[in-house]
Design a protein around this ligand. Sequence first.
Ligand code: E4P
Length: 220
Amino acid sequence: MKFFLDTANIEEITRINALGLVDGVTTNPSIISKEGRPFEEVIKEICNVVEGPVSPEVIGLQAEEMINEARVISQWAPNVVIKIPMTEEGLKAVHTLSKENIKTNVTLIFSVAQGLMAAKAGATFISPFLGRLDDIGIDGIEMIKRLKQVFDHYGLKSEIISASIRHLGHVEAAAEAGSHIATIPGSLFPKLWGHPLTDKGIQGFLKDWESFNKTLEGEN
Ligand code: E4P
């Protein structure tokens, strides 16, 4: 399974990238706004650090506007993948951009039908938001499982990015469901590699080692 980082914070990206865990980065206008720096500057910096796909999102709502933005942004770095919202205009933009070999990530997907439409239009990636579905009492993981089943059944090429991940359980369940990718907030990553029993175990081992050495010193 591939891990993308769902952040535009360069310190977070650099720290986790150093562990070999970052296969790509996803952003959206809310994520970019938190950085308080120009959009282009932030995206170019991320693309310099991360080799894999980096997704900046378009702002326009009309296909023509999205296509124009995508053509400009795709020149910023070779690994840019343009995020396009899941609307009729978005699908039109994705279809045109796929014919120009501009890669896309269709975002704000909340149903299997939307995922299928995006894949059919030519999306490189689709981003189903499982956390936001859970927030309204609908099982987000169930959507991921069904999407994976349908994509496998028809041999669709688009990769599924489980997005809007809220906790460790989401990552594990997305992996079990066979999601190609999970895009994970930087703040959640340490909870993936850490465990309180690991920390407790290390402390216990060190304590026993110290006592053992003190015993040896006492004997000499
Ligand atoms: C995905 O690409 C989105 O940026 C992200 O996962 C949205 O998550 P949220 O629901 O926590 O805002």
